[in-house]
Design a protein around this ligand. Structure first.
Ligand SMILES: Nc1ncnc2c1ncn2[C@@H]1O[C@H](COP(=O)(O)OP(=O)(O)OP(=O)(O)O)[C@@H](O)[C@H]1O
Ligand SMILES: [Mg+2]
Length: 268
């Protein structure tokens, strides 16, 4: 049996407890009684990139998107990845989420070197441990909000009815009560983004990665989206990485990794 199976599996979790724990953490934060995520306990590394290079194409069309990135991301923190358009942010989080392979270097997630996993092990590792919020939401147009949000649980073997029941609870938690039966086209951009966040969290991933979750939102909605992410996503055992070039949301990060031209420029 692969050691990927040793890790915590959503099959063993009680689905209603999943929404309940997420909701509980949300209400704690709303009540303003949450302990700061940067606690005194030693930080646990969730992601370690060493010497990561990513080249696209070859010859005249060659682009070097990452030129040797060394970076670490910790559980229990919201880490912002910031930098100008084209500096390599999406490339880096795609490598971390196992959606792309590096040209050179190593990417370790939750203690596993991704390159050591077979493609089926990697698919299973991603399905169990990683949530990804895409910039364009990527909701399935023929499925309603609850069905979209339920997908990761169904992929992980939870019965469809139960998965949809959990999705409905989680949609309430992210502020979409009454929208569970709406199709994506019947929702605003911000509402679709909330469905995408619910979908990325429903299987309780240890790593959540969000690409520009506030890009399509006005300033106030962008700040509300970051508050929501802090409230429902950041938990002691989970690392959250948010890509942004929105200066108005920088205050929401526990750490900021600044990138420039395929390299990490500084971390603060
Ligand atoms: N699939 C691809 N094929 C070829 N080049 C690519 C590919 N994906 C990204 N690139 C190039 O790699 C570089 C980094 O792109 P990336 O999408 O990571 O930037 P980014 O920091 O996310 O930018 P933005 O803020 O505009 O989203 C760019 O020069 C881009 O053109
Ligand atoms: Mg990008």
């Amino acid at each position: 049996m692969s050691s990927v199976d040793d890790a915590r599996t959503p099959e063993s979790a009680e689905p209603s407890a999943i929404a309940a724990s997420t909701a509980a953490s949300a209400s704690t934060v709303r009540a303003g009684t949450a302990t700061p995520s940067a606690s005194a306990a030693p930080l646990m590394s969730a992601v370690r990139c060493r010497g990561v290079v990513k080249q696209f194409g070859s010859g005249d069309t060659k682009t070097i998107a990452l030129r040797g990135v060394d970076v670490e991301v910790f559980a229990g923190q919201l880490t912002l990845l910031v930098g100008e358009s084209g500096c390599g942010k999406t490339t880096l989080i795609s490598l971390i989420a196992g959606l792309l392979e590096p040209t050179a270097g190593s990417v370790e997630v939750l203690g596993r070197e991704l390159a050591s996993l077979s493609s089926s092990e990697l698919a299973r590792f991603r399905a169990r441990h990683i949530g990804f919020v895409f910039q364009q939401y990527n909701l399935l147009p023929t499925m309603n909000a609850a069905e979209n949000a339920a997908i990761p649980l169904i992929i992980n073997g939870v019965a469809r009815r139960r998965a949809i029941a959990v999705a409905r609870e989680l949609l309430d938690t992210v502020g979409l009560a009454g929208k569970a039966d709406s199709l994506p086209t019947q929702l605003s951009g911000g509402q679709q983004q909330r469905v995408a966040i619910a979908r990325a969290l429903i299987h309780e991933p240890s790593l959540l990665v969000c690409d520009e979750p506030t890009a399509a939102l006005d300033g106030k909605s962008g700040q509300r989206m970051m508050e929501l992410l802090r409230a429902v996503a950041v938990q002691p055992g989970r690392a959250v990485i948010v890509v942004t070039h929105d200066a108005r949301v920088l205050e929401f990060g526990d750490r900021r990794i600044h990138m420039e031209d395929g390299r990490v420029d500084r971390v603060e």
